[in-house]
Design a protein. Sequence first.
Lengths: 337, 337, 337
Amino acid sequence: MAWTLAEIAKHVGGVVHGDEAYQVESFATLENAANNQISFLANLKYRKFLTSTVAGAVIVNAEALDSVPNNAIVVDDPYVAYAKAARLLNPVRVHSPGIASSAVINESSSIHSSASIGAQVVIESGVVIEENVVIGPHCIIMSGSKIGAGTRLTANITLCEGVQIGQRCTLHPGVVIGADGFGIANDGGKWIKVPQVGSVKIGDDVEIGANTTIDRGAIEDTIIGQGVKLDNQIQIGHNTIVGDHTVIAGCVGIAGSTTIGKYCVIGGGVGIGGHLSIADNVLLTGMTMVTKSINSAGSYSSGIPAEPTALWHKSVIRYRQMDKLVAKVKELEAKLS
Amino acid sequence: MAWTLAEIAKHVGGVVHGDEAYQVESFATLENAANNQISFLANLKYRKFLTSTVAGAVIVNAEALDSVPNNAIVVDDPYVAYAKAARLLNPVRVHSPGIASSAVINESSSIHSSASIGAQVVIESGVVIEENVVIGPHCIIMSGSKIGAGTRLTANITLCEGVQIGQRCTLHPGVVIGADGFGIANDGGKWIKVPQVGSVKIGDDVEIGANTTIDRGAIEDTIIGQGVKLDNQIQIGHNTIVGDHTVIAGCVGIAGSTTIGKYCVIGGGVGIGGHLSIADNVLLTGMTMVTKSINSAGSYSSGIPAEPTALWHKSVIRYRQMDKLVAKVKELEAKLS
Amino acid sequence: MAWTLAEIAKHVGGVVHGDEAYQVESFATLENAANNQISFLANLKYRKFLTSTVAGAVIVNAEALDSVPNNAIVVDDPYVAYAKAARLLNPVRVHSPGIASSAVINESSSIHSSASIGAQVVIESGVVIEENVVIGPHCIIMSGSKIGAGTRLTANITLCEGVQIGQRCTLHPGVVIGADGFGIANDGGKWIKVPQVGSVKIGDDVEIGANTTIDRGAIEDTIIGQGVKLDNQIQIGHNTIVGDHTVIAGCVGIAGSTTIGKYCVIGGGVGIGGHLSIADNVLLTGMTMVTKSINSAGSYSSGIPAEPTALWHKSVIRYRQMDKLVAKVKELEAKLS
């Protein structure tokens, strides 16, 4: 199937420079595109490939237009336009409604007739599944959970008891929502379990990446806000709250009872301690270690980037000697005055 | 269902101050409790909510008693008492014995009649499942594994060949026990596999969080001691030994052939190298990097907490210049003497 | 079953010193071996156990031969010889060909008659499974995927649409290949999804550890080269390329669109940013933070190892004061000149 540049420009709110009737079939990178493909320039690292691209068309902003060798679609934000155009060219996979014969469904659950329930899904008692929900193969939905309209669980996802998922969410394989939080109390040297009685409540338009885990609350619920986007292998502790439209990259760990604000952007591998509060609009760069609350918007960082191992050995020694160095400088100051 | 304060106090070994016949139905936080609920004060961060709570009762230690606005149950350790009372108010979910018709069970396995085997469970040959074990939906128990009495595998857990789990353990969804350790040898530039012939042996009263992985030993077994508590997304390498009653928070990685002592507490995101030894009673704060053995009990740390990104850029430059700084100070010293 | 030292020496290309007809049944560590077992010395940390071992034979290099108390097999690389001998003594588990009755297979898929398809496997449309492939219980193979000859998916693995796996690979439980990459675009404050239209292509002889995730590409494919070995809980972002024969330890996170060279060795817990390039033959020690491209072969590191917490508190303060210290030293220099 092919789309004209006019159709694509209309869909993304852009203006064609060149042949409006030119047809493209799919997206490609500037470097590898053929002339029946469309590309885009968003990250300036790839600008060097623009003038030589053989893509049939390129989505650019006005500034880059002069360097486009073929047709262009000019927009304000080429990355957003690419996202929208790519969806036009690659519609979401449609799943037929119905329940696979190998699924095991408790009869007390309510499943909308438009929902699609895949092979070997297990749905326990009292579950509510709204219209157009897609539950892929091998998912487990435990008692009392509720899944909002248009949400898709791709495959092999476990929702524990009483988990609530909003509308239009996408959960990827291996996700576990609502497993017990890590609550233990030391009873004379022996650790005893603190029952985890809360659950997890997830807003609308949330995406959750593969093998990410979100624990149920100890008393009240763990809460993921509207429009939150979570990458793979994130761990979110019990009773943590993630504010609306916050984005978290892969391998982030957030301990329990921490509140993350709205519109935050958290880089990969960040660790955030428990019982903290992070303001709205906070950016944390990759691998940052957060041990105290952050009360103002802005960008925060920690960690020391890689250096050759021989230098690193020296640096670590210098780091360990900082105390001595400070003492020496004090001594010098005393001598001088 | 409701419990009197007298019943709860008896269960936790506390003393009621106020109305012994007062009834509560569930736990809530100090901040959000209603008067038919009970709360507790353990973390002093939440003391500010004590005087204004409308909870029907609060579990406190003697020191905080005067600030309780309503009924109180006084105990030595409010967190332990909360854990015990919460279990009283929220009994463990009971699973009916029997084997789901969709489970696939090898007939050479021995399953106690009191065990509960959930939907689409797979049990291979020579498996032994003791009394009152609960195997939730989609678990896989490979050949020769053994699961001790009273243990619960919640759902979607994989035990590979010959894994032994003790009594009264709880494993959460996505856990993988006994996958091959990461053993490779470089045979003239090409990596060849070292067969992983050991297995994994897990003690009694162990809890293992969602998506945690514990690899099988190369030759001998990987061993998790009695009463160990593991949070989510922990990785434990082959032939590592975790001592009794050690507690490990989420996202910790422990390489192979390392021995962790007893009663250790390991914070989230810690990394521990291979072939090391960690003494008993070691505390590691979050994100600590352990590259050498730790031979004495005590608290250890590393990592630099977050700062505003602009300052961080400066700090990294300063860090890189430490060598020059030391040289300068030496020069000054020479000049002065 | 037992093997003579002559048989083992022949298999590993070594020379027996002692009784060639001596028989051993299995491997053990130097410390714990019995006299019907064989051991090896590769890591010098364990040399202290050599002279007192009761192992019936030990695989060593020529240098250590004199210290072997019993029979020896002398080789150039004892670890490689151990790997090969351990495979001889522990042959790979054989799986009978055929399709389990509980598997759900789309009839448009092509499954070689020598393949073994386990219990409750789901295979969607247009899948190609070559000879001698083993698909363990609960695996999900989505539409259009292809699995090369001799590859084994142990259990509970999810391959999303169009994933291609080479020959002789081993994937461990919980692995997810081809879930959507983390592509989002900010459309006026609201995050919208960037469709992830590429897939994942994995070479021959690749091993992938438990709960590791490899995302599908946004436009083109994510690529894992020939002979790559990945440990557990690794996250590989969309459009990342991992070069042939590179080895990555557990808990590593690699962001999207990064290219890792050939023959790299990446330690546990390393984090690598997006859109970077890492040269061939780069070694990264554990927990290193990579924020820039690395253009030359060699060893790179970062991170500060653990110290007692009281010292760490001081170190962090000193680190924060480096700027002041530099200023002071400048002042002293000015005074002195």
